[in-house]
Design a protein around this ligand. Sequence first.
Ligand code: KIV
Length: 278
Amino acid sequence: MRVSVQDIQAMKTRGERIPMVTAYDYTTAQMVDAAEIPLILVGDSLGMVVLGYGSTVPVTIGDILHHAKAVVRGTTRALVVGDLPFLTYTSPDQALQNAGRLLQEAGCQAVKLEGGAAVVPAVERLTAAGIPVMGHLGYTPQSENTIGRRVQGKSVDAARQLVQDALLLEQAGAFAVVLELIPAPLARAVTERLRIPTIGIGAGVGCDGQVQVIHDLLGLYTDYVPRHAKRYRNLGDEIRNAVAEYAAEVRAASFPTANHSSKMDEAALNEALAQLDR
Ligand code: KIV
């Protein structure tokens, strides 16, 4: 049985921390699911770490659908959240159409969208239609061209606005809210004021859960390592070394060996070649 939004809520109620990571493909999703991660995000961060774009802005609903289908196929247990990309939820109707595709075509169990008061009508429409919504406040990457790439919520006005937005999302029916790149004391204050769980990224330890981009955890993405990310392994180096070793063995003709090859009856081969020569 998959984790449900009620299970996620119960984790907050019990004071149990909620780990969440991104996944974008079948194989990685299988490994994440086996690690008993309750929440998987098919994030639009795939624009950078999978597709090689400079930001999340070029990511389309088609991109998220394509990757979410693979992630859902690779999981049996985790609740899979599909990200609604830039400009796919500018009205409640548009949000419903695109979120509906993530549930119906990809098999996600929930969607995530960025923003506060401005997206409340969309959140209300989705939750009324039976689509669980995760909010996303603080640094919202889809708006980087207006807000810049920096910590949010530091001024009195911005901190007050952020708390108000979080409460509005909760009232609108969101089942959780991502808090990205905000000061730790502000994230703790939001977490204390909300009934629903907060999931932090660069928002300190006071959130109910944490989300990280899997490429950052595993050391796969070398172009840029955010300050809030911790590298648990350096698989990028492992992969580079493994591929270089393979290439060296191919060049030296030490791969493949007999163990990697199939045998054949010599007489049958000789007969086939003889027939060709006749
Ligand atoms: O797209 C993403 O991976 C995200 C997380 C960083 C929260 O939105």
